[in-house]
Design a protein around this ligand. Structure first.
Ligand code: GLP
Length: 244
């Protein structure tokens, strides 16, 4: 679906999320959301905050799982995805902290496999993600599933692609300060969500969107695996869609 502007597209995604939350509230059920970081979803989160503050949307029944976190990463660091989520969403809504899950960048290496299994188990016990929102990296990564990721991959420690680290360099004050690894939900984890929404704006994303939507499915461009799923929607602005 192509919208004229990122703003219109973001409002559409925020409203879908709000509708899921409200539907679940009616039935006294938790809404289980898969969340993403990066510049792309910022306006979605801003709209959810507005809906909370101005229209009384409550997040008391919301349980969230973020896609990924750099490794190693202290949660209170400026570049952590914990800080990002707090600043853009969690600090401004009535979500309970115990309902927020973000991969832990402070684990010892040997603790990571058990943590990842537990992350998957928690999502599974809640009946899976009601919706997973995604951005896309210029390598075609979703979450931090870089080229080479398997379609059935689970939550795990991964090595970041050089292009991904270059794109993150600005946030870290230079590429050499960008962690070389991350913990990410797998492509298999993402696929289990009942609804997947991939968002992309701006001309910079147009070439990778063309590959993801029209390119041959291959682990070289992990987002092409989304072609396998019936419950995926790409939400684009006109610039990101301009090569389709
Ligand atoms: C990071 C995140 C991804 C995100 C990507 C694109 O790599 N781990 O989840 O999709 O950045 O970021 P942006 O939205 O800033 O273009």
């Amino acid at each position: 679906t192509v919208f004229k502007t990122p703003k219109e597209a973001s409002l559409n995604v925020a409203n879908r999320i709000a509708n899921i939350i409200k539907e679940k509230q009616k039935n006294n059920l938790p809404a289980v959301l898969g969340l993403a970081t990066g510049a792309t979803p910022i306006a979605v989160y801003a709209e959810l905050v507005r809906l909370h503050k101005e229209e009384g949307l409550s997040f008391k029944n919301v349980i969230t799982f973020n896609l990924d976190e750099y490794y190693p990463m202290q949660p209170n660091a400026a570049q952590s995805y914990v800080t990002f989520m707090n600043e853009n969403l969690f600090d401004h809504i009535d979500i309970e902290k115990k309902n927020v899950h973000i991969p832990d960048g402070t684990l010892k290496l040997e603790e990571i496999p058990a943590f990842c299994l537990d992350y998957e188990r928690k999502i599974g016990e809640l009946g899976g993600l009601d919706i997973q929102i995604l951005g896309i990296g210029r390598t075609g990564h979703i979450g931090f599933n870089e080229p080479g990721s398997a379609p059935n991959s689970g939550t795990r420690l991964v090595t970041l692609d050089d292009l991904t680290r270059r794109d993150a360099a600005r946030d870290f004050g230079g590429k050499s300060f960008v962690p070389t690894k991350a913990i990410t939900m797998g492509i298999g984890t993402i696929f289990k969500a009942r609804e997947i929404v991939l968002m992309a704006w701006n001309k910079k994303k147009a070439p990778i969107i063309k590959k993801a939507v029209e390119g041959e499915m291959s682990s070289d461009v992990p987002a092409t695996y989304l072609q396998l799923s019936d419950n995926v929607e790409f939400i684009l602005d006109e610039d990101a869609a301009c090569l389709l």
